[in-house]
Design a protein around this ligand. Structure first.
Ligand SMILES: [Zn+2]
Ligand SMILES: [Zn+2]
Length: 248
């Protein structure tokens, strides 16, 4: 199993439009961050987690010419704005793109992307629904454990693939989340900036979360321009960057 970070930026990406800060002006490729998304490769199949507004650029850059499934964490713009780009896969693969979502996510998508839903179907998606807040499923050949938490009132789904968990846009959670994370070795978690913010855990809170989950390695994603890529973190923690690939 391989995990490729297609994007590791927060909702505005880096550089931020019009910003002249050190991170946004940085020449380091690691300071260029598209909106957060990862591509998982498992037994020759490719699964995408989230499809933000930069997806077309990401697909071209990493040669994603086919897709076996899409998993969506939640329906904020930076995680779903690229949904229309799936249209090409509907044509190329001559079948709807399988899509794994919570019931709440599907309800939101029906409103925002009403033209995907029959009888319109410009982009054909085949939805598999995750019932409840916690559970396990096999999605198009990929074993998935899922769990839930909240961000500003919206339910967000976290995913676990074997010993790796992808936990983005987490702000409020129940202690029981650690039951779903038992035995996780690699944790990918959103870390917007050092300080607290209204929608994200701070880096410090993210580190405490990772320690509690007993993760051996923790990668931060969904990063704001307040964090420059050369930021030093304690052993076992790193800022992910666009193009980073990890084997599981
Ligand atoms: Zn987000
Ligand atoms: Zn900036």
């Amino acid at each position: 199993m391989q995990l490729l970070f297609l994007g590791t930026g927060g909702s505005m990406g880096i550089p931020v439009i019009g910003c002249r800060c050190l991170t946004c002006k940085s020449k380091s490729p690691h300071d260029k961050r598209l909106r957060s998304s990862v591509l998982l490769t498992h037994e020759g199949k490719r699964y995408l987690v989230d499809i933000g507004p930069d997806y077309r650029q990401q697909a071209l850059k990493y040669g994603i010419d086919r897709l076996d499934g899409l998993l969506i964490t939640h329906t904020h713009y930076d995680h779903i704005a690229g949904l229309d780009e799936l249209r090409i896969y509907t044509f190329r693969q001559r079948k709807p793109v399988p899509c794994l979502v919570s019931r709440e996510t599907l309800a939101e998508l029906k409103v925002r992307y009403h033209y995907f839903i029959p009888p319109h179907e410009t982009t054909k998606l085949e939805f598999s629904i995750l019932e409840g807040d916690v559970g396990e499923t096999v999605f198009e050949g990929l074993p998935v454990t899922f769990f839930s938490y909240r961000q500003q009132g919206m339910k967000v789904t976290g995913f676990r693939f074997k010993n790796l968990a992808y936990v983005t846009d987490i702000k409020e959670y129940e202690e029981s989340i650690f039951d779903s994370l038992k035995g996780v070795e690699t944790l990918v978690i959103s870390g917007w900036k050092w300080e607290k913010s209204h929608a994200h855990l701070s880096l410090k809170e993210g580190m405490a979360f990772a320690r509690k989950a007993k993760a051996k390695m923790c990668y931060f994603t969904h990063i704001s321009h307040e964090l420059k890529a050369d930021k030093r973190l304690p052993k076992g923690f790193a800022l992910a960057y666009d193009g980073l690939e990890i084997g599981l």
